[in-house]
Design a protein around this ligand. Sequence first.
Ligand SMILES: C[S@@+](CC[C@H](N)C(=O)[O-])C[C@H]1O[C@@H](n2cnc3c(N)ncnc32)[C@H](O)[C@@H]1O
Length: 339
Amino acid sequence: MYAAFTELKHAQKVKQFLAKKNVLHPDYLPLKILDHLYFPLTKRIKVPSAKVALTKLKFPLKDSSITIEKLLEKKLTKHQLKFIPRAQEIVGQIMILEIPKELLKKEKIIAEAYLKLNKNITTVVKKNKIHSGTYRLRKLKILAGKRTKETIHYENKVRIKLHLEKTYFSARSGNERLRIAQQVKKGEQVLVLFSGAAPFPLVIAKNSSAKSILGIEINPLAHQYALENVKLNKMENKIIIHQGDVRAILPKIRKKFSRIAMPLPKSGEQFLDLALKKSKRGTIIHLYDFLHENEFKLQAKKIREICKHNKKPVRILRTVKCGQFSPGVFRVCFDLKVL
Ligand SMILES: C[S@@+](CC[C@H](N)C(=O)[O-])C[C@H]1O[C@@H](n2cnc3c(N)ncnc32)[C@H](O)[C@@H]1O
């Protein structure tokens, strides 16, 4: 069986990557040998921070090697079994499912089965409405387990407390947050616009030698969670979060930043002029968007024009795909350097 192996210190990052790529073998558990962790894979792929090789290791079978299909085989018809949803996302101890219309009447049974199967999960919810509105909130329905939508998610050495309906959060962006943190150089002053429950500020603070991180978030509840999270991670000496509209808060901040993250896909570019005012030569801006592959070039051109118009020309260092929504449509980050 193919396995990806890495030093223990990279294990979390590698696991997240493999989970995102959906290549972790469903029937076996990882194996620790000395200071390395071996992850069993369903196929060979390239894995950052890990080596991949064909091994003869005897990976331990998962607790029971019970699968969701086995748990449900007597409760669903053969036809229904084909539609069993996979976990869309796991945030803290909550599993989020997307129930196809063929299984709406069986959603509770399916959720109970997932609870039984996954010992780390205490609640199973389903997506009812996708992210929308200024606060980018979604609606979820609890199907099984503890009746809560609040949880503490662990990623990149930080704990993030949040409410799944009252704050925006995407566990899938964990690798992207780390990518940004790993670019931050010693002593940098970082600005995070649209900071939500503060995942970007926290991951940057914990995984870089930034001097300070300032976040701005309009949703008062997300802001409350952000304040709590800064304390929870003992980062009060590095992170400051302001509550309010970026348009109102940012002009009052008399400071320029070496790095500015703008995680508000779709409308982030509307704030680019404001962000540019807080930049100086060499500032790196991470601007997020949702785009079809065919639109990348045109959008890059538009961004360069906005920056030129604001007398802060930029070079686009890279265009990074950091999530996929549908065939050809990606969450994209443009890494810009102010010239
Ligand atoms: C896509 S979410 C990202 C949140 C967080 N950075 C994360 O990654 O989990 C965008 C956030 O921007 C906030 N937001 C939207 N418009 C804003 C504005 N004009 N000023 C400040 N925050 C804003 C929303 O409330 C939301 O929390």
